[in-house]
Design a protein around this ligand. Structure first.
Ligand SMILES: CC(C)(COP(=O)(O)OP(=O)(O)OC[C@H]1O[C@@H](n2cnc3c(N)ncnc32)[C@H](O)[C@@H]1OP(=O)(O)O)[C@@H](O)C(=O)NCCC(=O)NCCS
Length: 302
């Protein structure tokens, strides 16, 4: 059996095997951290973001193939001047052989060719990953705390001061969301709004109007984010609005990924009984945006 590894652009039919490799790698990491691996899902059903990244970012999804078997993969996206690494996973039986480094470089080079100048990633606690990212010019900027807690606690937060509305996917709203993203997140990401609404079918709430937008938040019964606000304080009003909506659909516990420098949300949620489930690390070649008023959807689409 050949032990040579071949690197090529990922294809649609690779997605189930990529998903399996992701599950195996995360289970292995969990076991090394003393977490029961059985709590990590292991299946070959590609997640909607994996499929979306493959379809929407040609050249930014890579696989490593050993003797016809997917041994690892990387995926990223480019928005404006930002290249973001969404996924990097190597099958545990293929780790420690330079595969992760090569997959990272393939994806990064594709991003640089597309004009990106800033590089960033939400790293797992895997030290090999953090070392690879630092060597590729991305250094730790802030922790990303994954908080879990009672949806009901959000209803104790201050109510919105202006009217709330469900943002539409009209040109006018996409323009307004994009302008706020540029101010808070650092770049526009219009296609991600369409993906969140049309494919993920997330609910959304905004404070203000398309002419005067104070903030927006996406939510579903298990999770809130991305949440983006013109000021840190408006975030609490958005969380209250999402909490009220979630109460009506019977949600009990919700999860949020909170940047460590987002004092308003971090302090309010911890005081409201939320617990830190685990912590990832935002690593970047330089700081972007204003993450003191932003709650990402997670580590894949930021
Ligand atoms: C992260 C991951 C993809 C790396 O894959 P890999 O194929 O083992 O990586 P490589 O062999 O190319 O490189 C790892 C490098 O980290 C280095 N490294 C490992 N532990 C280290 C440490 N504690 N300090 C410094 N460097 C370290 C290794 O020495 C190696 O560099 P070298 O080849 O120059 O010696 C793999 O470990 C994985 O899938 N982990 C679980 C999933 C995960 O956490 N992914 C990251 C998501 S953000």
């Amino acid at each position: 059996m050949s032990t040579e590894i071949e690197y090529r652009a990922a294809r649609e039919e690779d997605l189930p095997a990529m998903r399996m490799v992701q599950g195996l790698a995360v289970r292995d990491l969990a076991a090394r951290q003393g977490i029961d691996p059985a709590t990590i899902p292991l299946d070959d059903q590609p997640t909607p973001p994996m499929r979306y990244l493959l379809r929407s970012g040609p050249g930014l999804s890579w696989v490593a193939v050993r003797a016809g078997r997917i041994a690892g993969f990387s995926q990223g996206f480019v928005r404006g001047g930002l290249w973001f690494l969404s996924n990097l996973f190597v099958d545990p039986q293929d780790q420690h052989g330079g595969t992760g480094a090569m997959l990272l470089q393939k994806c990064l080079r594709a991003g640089l060719r597309r004009g990106a100048r800033i590089r960033a990633v939400a790293s797992s606690p895997e030290l090999a990953a953090q070392a690879l990212y630092a060597r590729a010019g991305m250094v730790p900027r802030f922790p990303l705390f994954v908080l879990s807690g009672p949806a009901e606690a959000l209803r104790a937060l201050p109510p919105p001061r202006a009217s709330t509305v469900e943002p539409a996917l009209s040109g006018e709203w996409i323009e307004a969301l994009g302008a706020l993203d540029e101010y808070v997140w650092g770049m526009r990401r219009d296609r991600d709004h369409r993906f969140a609404r049309r494919e993920l079918k997330l609910a959304a709430v905004a404070i203000g109007s398309a002419q005067d937008l104070a903030g927006y938040a996406y939510y579903c019964p298990e999770q809130i984010g991305p949440l983006c606000a013109r000021t840190p304080r408006v975030q609490l009003q958005l969380l209250r609005a999402a909490g009220d909506a979630l109460a009506h659909c019977g949600a009990t516990r919700v999860r949020l990924t909170v940047p460590g420098l987002n004092a308003a949300v971090l302090i309010a949620l911890l005081n409201g009984g939320f617990r830190i489930a685990f912590s990832n690390l935002f690593m970047a070649s330089r700081l972007i945006g204003r993450f003191d008023r932003y709650v990402p959807s997670g580590g894949t689409l930021l």
